[in-house]
Design a binder for this molecule. Structure first.
Ligand SMILES: [Zn+2]
Length: 244
């Protein structure tokens, strides 16, 4: 609960609303919040998860995310080199292990997202995917499968979000509205787009933010910064409106 209220404070003073919702989260119909606050209601999260069935592997500077469903695991991004232990700890916390990992999706070619590949690839019997535009720049001992717009992996929809890198992809779970955004979005200092300092094509990155704002997104799990699990749709639309 402390975590959630901190996150809500971070999203801009919605803490009071969030606490109201939490105290009434026994899902009795009579305690449903007024319609005006519905958008600020955090998306439900399974025990130990940050949103839905998604767990965060927080490596301080960067995060990887694990989706644990039906005894199988999909991992999005692998963090910096040497991150294998952190990811293994995340799997253990979820009651899983390397053998449960069936899918590894890399959002883009940067070392803070694929650095763990050397560690992880030998440990998993999983399909490893990257966006078709970035794939050839990623060194991997195992073959990588290309992903393009609209592809589906483990019930997750691939959304091409070029700009940060030209082959950057984001991962959207349509059933929950949860978006794993890689570096197309970040929440370091409020919701923002790709960090210009590390962006290959800023106009493409801006267009990708506008594109994401057109999806029914309820939570954003970014590579950098805290997950945004309440008010994400409005924050994203507000951000898109500022994009050139
Ligand atoms: Zn990054």
């Amino acid at each position: 609960m402390r975590r959630i209220s901190r996150r809500l404070l971070f999203t801009g003073g919605a803490g009071v609303l969030g606490i109201t919702v939490l105290t009434g989260c026994s899902s009795s119909p009579s305690s449903s919040p007024p319609a005006s606050s519905a958008e600020e209601t955090p998306v439900p999260a399974a025990s130990g998860a940050v949103a839905g069935d998604w767990r965060r592997v927080n490596m301080s500077y960067v995060s990887a995310y694990l989706l644990v469903r039906g005894g199988e695991v999909a991992i999005v991004d692998l963090g910096t080199p040497g991150s294998g232990n952190a990811i293994e700890a995340g799997l253990k916390a979820a009651g899983a292990g390397w053998s449960a990992v069936k899918h590894v999706i890399l959002t883009h070619l940067h070392d803070d997202h694929i650095g763990g590949l050397t560690d992880v690839a030998p440990k998993v019997n999983a399909a490893i995917y990257a966006g078709s535009g970035d794939l050839s720049s990623i060194i991997s001992e195992k073959p990588l499968k290309p992903l393009v717009e609209g592809d589906e992996v483990f019930g997750l929809r691939i959304v091409e979000t070029p700009g940060h890198t030209l082959g950057h992809i984001s991962v959207f779970e349509p059933t929950t509205g949860i978006l794993v955004a890689g570096d197309a979005l970040r929440t370091t200092g409020g919701l923002q787009g790709s960090d210009p300092q590390y962006t290959t094509d800023e106009s493409k990155a801006a267009a990708s933010v506008r594109k994401l704002a057109g999806l029914d997104i309820k939570a954003i799990l970014p590579g950098h910064g805290e997950p945004l699990t309440a008010g994400a749709a409005k924050a994203l639309k507000d951000l898109a409106a500022t994009m050139p």
